[in-house]
Design a protein. Structure first.
Length: 312
């Protein structure tokens, strides 16, 4: 089957995939539609002339591996730049490193960095027409994760508008949460609940069109979707919360899950910390779609990469 590429209208945005914030609803739905075609095996693409380089300045298991699998399924060449043994460890700047790899005729960069804005900075600096995909920048955004999260919600709930989505935990340091909130808002979700201790909630929450709950039991009541987040300890400069009380207050156990709808789905971007934010029996239980998210990530990343190639 031929993919009907009707995404030209948003060409300006389509050059790179840097954030969700500036995307239109149609673009998000088009990615889901194309991901569905890849997921069902209805289409095959051959991008064998393309070379994709991954530059991960932070650890990753799911994101990096699913990008690699997605690239290979598209027929592209995929190279993993080993940052720990790269020249940045000899003092080379990120931009000099990127320009060096650019000179090797790579056609796309996948970038993860602990500093917010790094992928945007690289996108503004590469001289040739190389699409940049943001695979997570600091505490800012993680747009491909949000896309696979939207794909998961669509697969299991079939809609975005009339559902209650609860996002629980360290919203402040989570780029996943930011991209999630932007995408749910763009897709018209009426009820988005943010649950967590005040110290882990960003000040600008009011601009985000969400309901804040300090009390998890109240927040997750009647939820259709519960998204649990890890405490991003590596981004906390001080000990913002006590781990002892965290599980009691914000851990998702069977008792709390029972407050949500019977058919609620439990999501988590991973890595999960069992016994800290989620009980094992919930993570492995019938409501959990955590491993589905991982596998949908391949089709969703195939869709995003192929759209960028087609429009550049
Ligand atoms: C997230 C990340 O790196 O932002 N993980 C992921 O990409 N699946 C979330 C996290 O690290 O907690």
């Amino acid at each position: 089957m031929e993919i009907n590429n009707n995404l030209q209208l948003e060409k300006k945005i389509l050059k790179h995939f840097l954030n969700i914030k500036s995307l239109g609803k149609k673009y998000i739905l088009d990615i889901i539609e194309r991901a569905n075609l890849y997921h069902s095996g209805e289409v095959n693409s051959n991008y064998s002339q393309k070379v994709i380089a991954s530059l991960f300045f932070e650890p990753s298991t799911r994101t990096k591996t699913t990008f690699e699998l997605a690239a290979k399924k598209l027929g592209a060449e995929f190279i993993n730049i080993d940052i720990s043994s790269s020249s940045t460890s000899k003092g080379e700047s990120v931009l000099d490193m990127v320009k060096t790899i650019e000179a090797m005729d790579c056609n796309m960069f996948i970038v993860r960095h602990s500093v917010s804005g790094t992928a945007h900075h690289i996108a503004n600096s590469v001289s040739k027409k190389i699409p940049i995909i943001n695979a997570g920048d600091g505490t800012n955004e993680h747009p491909t994760q949000a896309m696979l999260d939207m794909y998961t919600i669509n697969k299991h709930k079939g809609e975005f508008k009339n559902i209650k989505v609860s996002i629980v935990g360290d919203i402040l340091h989570s780029r996943v949460a930011k991209s999630l909130i932007y995408s749910l808002n763009i897709l018209g979700t009426e009820s988005i609940n943010i649950i967590g201790p005040e110290k882990l909630i960003p000040d600008n929450l009011k601009d985000m069109n969400v309901n804040y709950f300090l009390d998890m039991n109240k927040g997750i009541k009647n939820s259709d979707v519960i998204i649990m987040l890890r405490l991003q300890k590596e981004r906390m400069h001080d000990a913002l919360i006590s781990l002892d009380s965290y599980y009691d207050d914000y851990g998702l156990d069977q008792k709390r899950l029972a407050l949500a709808k019977d058919d609620a789905i439990v999501m988590h971007p991973g890595p999960i910390n069992r016994g800290i934010e989620i009980e094992s029996s919930v993570a492995d239980g019938p409501n959990s779609v955590i491993l589905d998210q991982v596998s949908y990530g391949i089709s969703v990343r195939m869709a995003i990469m192929s759209i960028l190639f087609d429009n550049n």
